[in-house]
Design a protein around this ligand. Structure first.
Ligand SMILES: Cc1ncc(COP(=O)(O)O)c(C=O)c1O
Length: 434
């Protein structure tokens, strides 16, 4: 007797085979790519019919969950009106979104330049401060990630990103310390000594125009204490540096505030935003800049699809949903709940749990006293175990040992409980087999 092939298995296999043949992957990992065919709320479904709770939010984009009906309806309606116009012209959703963004960000920024992605926004931010200051050097932080295009790649700290340049890059960036408190040598005696040499570093680079930094670093979920940002902000102001706050990942509610600048009372000269900004519809990002920087700014030309009307309409609808459904508040609440639940596992491999809203994750160590990072191989096995059990996550952090757990901001406590139960089993089974 011959068994009939399962159509779902055939569809999944076929999609993956054609993906392998035609698509260039930026990276590969075990169990990847997942051939995703559907998403609703916090759940995605693959071509084999398997559901996953999505702790990657479509790469930290789908703040209100996958395919939110109000976001989808706004995009569909806009598709029947106008989709794309030249950067010389404008559309109602583009203007409405710009106005909302200026209202939602600190009063130090006043106007929006639209782009098609986060890296591009940071490129334009750097151009703006270069044009205004006439200076070419910049400062960024250890462990920073600001995008992969060649200019902004210089601001990235990790070799794995920098190596994508192929050959050595010009690098006119001063690299300043980040606030990796879990591995800080001063620990409980924090007087922000990590910044003691920062002013000297900057003195040695008098041609520095700006500091570009994420308010909370997404790689590894590095959350500076308030005193760290207060001191860093004071130093950069004293040195006359513009502040470019990269909120591409922290923005649009992810950290439990609409923009993370609010946590620290920062008044940057530029905020860059992207990812969730278009509600997962197309790619739209923004440079939100001060009047001072905008005055006389020359863009040259426009990124062709910048400010696409469908993406802008979806982004506006997303902001409406975040407000109506109180999802920014939910992110703050669920972040705390999630951290508590993971700590409660009292697992010997959980060295630290860090969340600002729903940005962050759990750092795995082989020994909680020495804080030695768990090997990448074992971290990978934990990830594979979670995937096998329907929990989609990624791994990040300076040592590649942080489970990055960033679900849609609409996630519920019950969904987080089911993840934590899976994590308990994954950690103990991988440990038992190690
Ligand atoms: C903090 C930060 N900056 C910049 C970028 C680059 O954005 P994009 O991938 O849209 O170019 C990212 C993307 O992950 C990011 O997290």
């Amino acid at each position: 007797m011959t068994t009939k092939p399962d159509p779902k298995t055939a569809a999944g296999d076929e999609l993956l085979a054609r993906d392998a043949k035609y698509v260039i992957r930026p990276w590969t990992g075990t169990g990847e790519p997942v051939p995703v065919v559907k998403g609703k709320g916090s759940v995605i479904t693959d071509a084999y019919g398997k559901d996953y709770l999505d702790f990657t939010s479509g790469y930290f984009v789908n703040q209100a969950g996958h395919c939110h009906p109000k976001v989808a309806a706004a995009a569909a309606e806009q598709l029947t009106q106008i989709t794309q116009v030249s950067g010389r012209h404008t559309t109602p959703p583009m203007v409405d979104l710009a106005e909302r963004l200026v209202q939602l960000t600190p009063r130090s920024v006043h106007k929006v330049f639209f782009t098609t992605g986060g890296s591009e926004s940071n490129e334009f931010a750097l151009k703006m401060v270069r044009q205004k200051s006439g200076k070419s050097d910049m400062a960024s932080l250890d462990n920073a990630y600001h995008g992969l295009s060649l200019g902004v790649l210089q601001a990235c700290a990790a070799e794995k990103y920098r190596q994508t340049a192929g050959v050595e890059m010009l690098d006119n960036f001063a690299r300043l310390p980040t606030a990796y408190c879990y591995r800080c040598q001063w620990q409980s005696n924090c007087k922000v000594q990590c910044l003691d040499n920062t002013e000297k570093q900057l003195e040695a680079k008098p041609n520095t125009a700006a500091l570009i930094a994420e308010p909370v670093q997404a790689v590894g979920g590095i959350i500076p204490p308030e005193a760290w940002w207060a001191r860093m902000d004071e130093i950069r102001k004293r040195r006359g540096l513009f502040l470019i706050l990269d909120e591409i990942q922290t923005g649009v509610g992810r950290t439990g505030k609409m923009f993370a600048a609010e946590h620290y009372g920062l008044e940057p000269d530029i905020i860059t935003a992207g990812k969730g900004l278009s509600g997962g519809v197309g790619s739209l990002a923004a440079v939100i800049a001060s009047d001072e920087l905008v005055e006389g700014f020359f863009g040259g030309t426009t990124p062709t699809s910048a400010g696409n009307a469908v993406s802008a309409a979806a982004g506006l609808a997303l902001i409406g949903v975040l407000e109506e459904e109180k999802l920014v508040e939910n992110a703050a609440k669920m972040g705390e709940y999630f951290a508590g639940a993971i700590w409660d596992l009292k697992d010997p491999w959980v060295g630290d749990v860090r969340f600002k809203g729903l940005l962050g994750g759990a750092e795995l160590v082989s020994n909680r006293d020495t804080r030695d990072a768990l090997s990448k191989e074992l971290v990978g096995k934990v990830k594979d175990h979670l995937h096998a059990n329907g929990m989609l996550i990624t791994v990040s952090g300076p040592a590649g040992n942080v489970l990055r757990l960033q679900p849609p901001l609409s996630i519920t406590a019950a969904e987080l409980d089911s993840f934590v139960a899976c994590l308990r089993t994954a950690l103990s089974e991988v440990r038992a087999a190690a």
